[in-house]
Design a protein around this ligand. Structure first.
Ligand code: PEP
Length: 251
């Protein structure tokens, strides 16, 4: 049985007073949740604030990306050792917005995944097809390539784990959610591809999240699918009440 994960991706939202208000409200609201992992991924500048404000609650903190070198002359970048030194436990890698607007490729994704693991940070690797690719029946081909190249040369040690998030690009921030049936079909494919890359045991343990317009009113049905182990939530994670409802999905 894989432990469920609900992760919020705040993207480039929130100012400092909103962050501190959110943390005090949300931290209290979910203090009794024990049977699932809860992660919030804020912009870099709020990581430390949230780690301190949510200490002693069930919430872990993740970054939205990281650079693959550990240190050096890379102005503006943030490295794994820096994130780890302030208590960051997760990092989103290969989000479609990074691929679309900032030149992220499967090769750079691969370097970041390896750097995260080397620094004891759990990568949340995002994969997903565009609408054009889905309409051309290329979904599985795209997912297979993103996983194979993104995880190339990776051998997970027993203490290491990754999370995969299936985020169809056409469902992100659009209000269009993949039907639970569509999501389950791709999640099953992801599980099979992971098995061929990393072996059946690792594949059976990897949590595969769904992301794309997850809301309080669709989370319950999504979570009932066999291969959906959680959700990566953008817009609906910005409101502590709706994110709490998603965290408290009903099985
Ligand atoms: C995301 O950014 O990962 C995401 C899934 O966004 P949204 O929930 O807003 O579609």
């Amino acid at each position: 049985m894989r432990r469920p994960v609900i992760a919020g991706n705040w993207k480039m939202h929130m100012e400092l007073d909103e962050v501190t208000n959110y943390a005090s409200r949300f931290g209290k609201a979910i203090s009794d949740v024990k049977d699932r992992d809860i992660i919030i991924c804020p912009p870099f500048i709020y990581l430390r604030t949230l780690i301190e404000a949510l200490q002693g609650t069930p919430v872990s903190i993740g970054a939205q990306m990281m650079y693959w070198e550990d240190k050096g002359a890379y102005t503006g970048e943030i490295s794994g050792p820096m994130l780890r030194s302030i208590g960051v436990e997760y990092v989103i890698i290969g989000h479609s917005e990074r691929r679309q607007f900032f030149g992220e490729t499967d090769a750079t994704v691969n370097r970041r995944v390896k750097a995260a693991l080397r620094n004891h940070i759990n990568p949340i690797l995002c994969v997903g097809e565009t609408l054009k690719q889905r309409e051309a029946s290329e979904t599985f081909e795209v997912i297979d390539r993103q996983l194979t190249q993104g995880l190339e040369g990776l051998e997970l040690k027993p203490t290491e784990s990754i999370i995969v998030a299936y985020e169809p690009v056409w469902a992100i921030g659009t209000g269009k959610t993949a039907t639970p049936g569509i999501a389950q079909e791709v999640h099953e494919r992801i599980r099979n591809v992971l098995s061929s890359i990393l072996g059946a045991k690792a594949s059976g343990e990897i949590r595969v999240l769904y992301g794309g317009s997850v809301k309080p009113d669709n989370i319950d049905e999504l979570m009932r699918q066999k291969d959906i182990d959680g959700a990566l939530v953008g817009g609906a994670s910005l409101d502590p009440d709706s994110f709490e409802r998603i965290v408290r999905y009903k099985e």
